[in-house]
Design a protein around this ligand. Sequence first.
Ligand SMILES: Cc1cc2nc3c(=O)[nH]c(=O)nc-3n(C[C@H](O)[C@H](O)[C@H](O)COP(=O)(O)O)c2cc1C
Length: 192
Amino acid sequence: MSTASLQMLLTRRSVVANKLGEPGPEPGELAQILAVAARVPDHKKLAPWRFMLFEGGARAEFGKVLAAACRQSEPEAGEGRLQTEAGRFLRAPVVIAVISSIVDNPAVPEWEQILSAGACCQNMLHAASALGYSAQWITEWYAYSEAVRAALGLAANERIAGFIYIGTAREQPTERDRPDLDEIVSRWPIDQ
Ligand SMILES: Cc1cc2nc3c(=O)[nH]c(=O)nc-3n(C[C@H](O)[C@H](O)[C@H](O)COP(=O)(O)O)c2cc1C
């Protein structure tokens, strides 16, 4: 691996959706991001995931779904809150829903298929970063809303692994503390 790639992996930071803006990836770049996302470890080649893109006017349209779902689950929500929900997907030029689609296969436990979907999300972040964009992996409340699931056409075997917001950082994030490797790395055999 080149020093530059390693440096990117060592320094990548998410940029919160509120700090993302135009421009977003061009169509060719988006195709590359999606190709990288689909190039993940995938036991038995099940491709137990799919991607749904929100761009342009679709983001505001989907905002109507979010506001309606919010009103339904929280009838006391005020106008300000509903406006926030309606504008969620407008925070970035492109939002990609990564959908975990569990395949019935006795050789590949559900856990492994979910991990593979998580790898798609992480690969998307890295691909966006390699192209000079910034991104954030978000679930927020709507990844778990039944009304939103229905609007996205999710089947019973499907779940949202994440919404990947991609755009250009309007502000660079500061460094974030990372775990002390001495705390999380051990070697077997374990000291008694
Ligand atoms: C499955 C998953 C869901 C997440 N959902 C949210 C979320 O809803 N809101 C949020 O602010 N961060 C969420 N995060 C955290 C951010 O993606 C990110 O890790 C965090 O902003 C720290 O940035 P870093 O990638 O630079 O460590 C989520 C992370 C994961 C793995």
